[in-house]
Write a protein that binds this ligand. Sequence first.
Ligand code: 3PG
Length: 403
Amino acid sequence: IPTMDDIDLHSKKVLLRIDINSPIDENGNIIDDSRIKAHISTIKELIDKDNSVVLISHQGRPGDKDFVSLEEHAKLLSRYLNEEVIFVDDVIGPYAREAIKKLENKRVLLLDNVRLISEELIEAPPQQHAKTFLVKKLAPLFNAYVNDAFATAHRSQPSIVGFPLVLPSAAGRVMEKEVFALARIFNAEDTPKIFVLGGGKVHDTIRIIENLVRKRIADRILTGGLVAELFAASKGMNLNPKNMEILEKLGILSLIPRARKLLLTGAPIEIPVDYKVEVNGNVVEEPASKVTGVIKDIGSTTAEIYSSFIKDAKVVVLRGPMGVIEDERFKSGSKSVLKAALEGQGYVIIGGGHMVSALDKDVKLDSNKVHISTGGGALLLFLSGEKLPALEALSMSVVNSSD
Ligand code: 3PG
């Protein structure tokens, strides 16, 4: 794939796709800004080369609580860059286009949440996305497109795959670093490989598990969060109607046949033996066979069992928290598995903003032992050997820089 060294990026107007999709709390505050920090060096490099830089990113999905404007993100970007980042609450309208045209060299502008444009939710091939309103309205205003959004590299959406077909394009430094680092550290011979998979993106995760199992990449998959509940329900465990209702509402019960198929073919998938649940506002630990409350975290016995597996692994990949970590009372499962991974003998890859936010802020991480990826789903698809649409599109990029 072309990198920033392969196209002319001096005194140009550059469209930079970043992924600053961050975990957001009940009050709309950003809980973890590591994805925002990650892109600073790419932006700085483009400023140093006298480019004017327009940033484009998504946050959440329409209908979800974390589907918010990027105004707060702009403030954090300004703080870490030590430069004003102009925020424009528009994406492709006349106001945004005028602001882009007027943007001077060395200045940075952030457009609002790209998923305000409905096209951005459509998964389609690059050729189709190159003809979207988004690409047609924005591309003529730029000389180059840089994709630094490794974390969204698994989505075939217009802001990811549409621009490389019409603009000279390259991978940004975050994208480059992730792809090269992961390719180097993820060695097929290093076994056992343990995947600790939790969180709420169950539809994505089951697809990833299917890949990991088919290609025999994972020696053991330890589940938490809603992923664990899906497999527990698929095994016929009685999760209590309260939890089943939640799974049904989220459309997760429809995944039971796929989960059952995985279990029946002997996939090495482990589920919790106990949970931390909430009953009338109180936190209680309950065995998996007698759940009465709403499941909010894995229990302490599960955390212990998972930790012992993790400590002996050669490679540990953690993605998605074990519980509802936005609530301090349900953070301990995620903290335990992270602690075991960092204390263990294996190489640790941590992905997804939520899991990263469960790390202790003052813990010193050795980069020879730990890779903190900006990616969640993208990371796992990459590790499972699937082609990432963002990289495929970059490899089709037009080569000649136009002014
Ligand atoms: C992620 O957090 O995995 C990426 O930002 C992609 O977000 P999405 O799952 O809403 O497409």
